[in-house]
Design a protein around this ligand. Structure first.
Ligand code: TXA
Ligand code: MG
Length: 355
């Protein structure tokens, strides 16, 4: 199969092109498309064969449910039931946007889409290209992130093609995704909204709107070993580069001398290393370069939006350069720190050196 790539200008959206993409979906094909979080791999959410195709294109385990993307609030009632007042409030405040809510599933949604579950995840993305595409495709798009299973999510069409080129019908290219981390997932099936996957929408925001919030303990990662995450997808090793990634945690000077020591040792053994930091200036980029093959400064420690936006692309750049061992400093930022560290620790398979 040849994957067709179409270009859409966000400032002047070509509806005819989106119509063509929509037709591919209506005929049972797969189209990768941009969202404000990451690129998604879309198929018709109400067609069991399309969902089956998504799993096979990604190499994804079929018990890991897909998110159904909608383009109008009222469509929530077509696919989900028992929608609480709190859920309506959240939708009104945060949709379209980087939030996914989980509800009881209506039978119109095939079990293939929900990985066999009786619940369904719903999201209305905050990206006009995505919304136009969903509308053109018939209003219900099932979409996981458009990466091969286990790899970092793609934030550009190039990265989608790298993983899925030749396996899907089309990619809509509208440039880089703004946010760079997948949506916040909130389980709305019990009385208190529960965060299953942290993201750009924080628990504080949910609490402000609903008065209450709970967290799946697995969100906090390695501190809770043995806790089974409620979102099936959070149970797998995920977001991982091919090189061995280790997070180095602790007091800054010690972290830095440890990384210098380790990378120097690797170099003397002909092992290619990479280092990831978040710094205002490039002083430490230069220092690390003396012992390491690729040093990536993913953005000022004060600009957490930028760290989030660059994280997955950086992990993929280490792969481009065939880095075998990657050392990352910890990014303890205020608002998005939880989401960023959740992804980084998963990418590292929870390999952390605490100094
Ligand atoms: O930002 C996003 O959410 C992106 C864009 C494309 O919208 N999508 C995305 O999809 O990240 P995916 O498939 O990579 O991650 C979906 C996560 C998985 O961890 C999955 O297990 C969980 O959502 N999930 C989906 N339906 C669920 C359900 N009914 N109950 C619990 N977890 C669910
Ligand atoms: Mg994913």
């Amino acid at each position: 199969m040849v994957t067709e790539r179409i270009y859409i200008d966000r400032n002047n959206i070509d509806k005819k092109l989106l119509e063509r993409a929509g037709k591919v979906i209506r005929e049972g094909g797969l189209v990768a498309f941009p969202t404000e979080t990451v690129y998604g791999l879309g198929g018709d959410a109400l067609n069991r064969d399309s969902s089956a195709k998504i799993y096979s294109a990604k190499g994804r385990p079929s018990d890991n449910p897909l998110i159904v993307h909608i383009c109008r609030y009222e469509d929530i009632h077509v696919i989900a039931s028992d929608i609480s007042d709190m859920a309506v409030k959240l939708a009104e405040a945060l949709w379209p946007g980087p939030m996914t809510m989980i509800f009881n599933r209506k039978s119109i949604v095939p079990k293939e889409t929900t990985g066999g579950l009786d619940t369904v995840a719903v999201r209305m993305p905050g990206d006009d290209v995505a919304l136009g595409f969903i509308r053109a495709a018939g209003n219900f798009i099932a979409a996981p992130s458009a990466n091969s299973s286990g790899r970092p999510s793609p934030t550009s069409a190039d990265r989608v093609i790298e993983d899925l080129g030749g396996r899907i019908d089309m990619v809509i290219d509208a440039g880089r995704s703004d946010i760079g981390l997948e949506s916040t997932i909130i389980d709305m099936t019990s009385d208190v909204p529960m965060i299953l996957r942290p993201g750009f929408i924080t628990g504080e925001t949910v609490e402000r709107i609903c008065g209450r919030v709970a967290y799946d303990p697995a969100v906090f990662g390695s501190e809770n070993k043995g806790v089974r995450p409620r979102a099936p997808g959070m149970r797998y090793r995920h977001y991982a580069p091919k090189g061995e990634l280790t997070v180095i945690s602790g007091e800054r000077d010690r972290v830095r001398s440890y990384i210098i020591e380790r990378t120097a040792e690797c170099r003397s053994n002909n092992v290619r290393t990479g280092v990831m930091i978040a710094e205002d200036d490039d002083e430490w980029v230069e220092r690390y370069k003396s012992t390491s093959d690729l040093v990536i400064n993913i953005g000022s420690a004060l600009d957490e939006d930028k760290i989030a936006a660059n994280l997955y692309e950086a992990l993929r750049e280490f792969d481009d350069r065939e880095i075998e061992e990657i050392y990352s400093e910890e990014f303890n930022t205020k608002r998005l720190g939880q989401a960023i560290m959740n992804r980084l620790l998963k990418a590292a398979g929870h390999k952390v050196v605490r100094l």
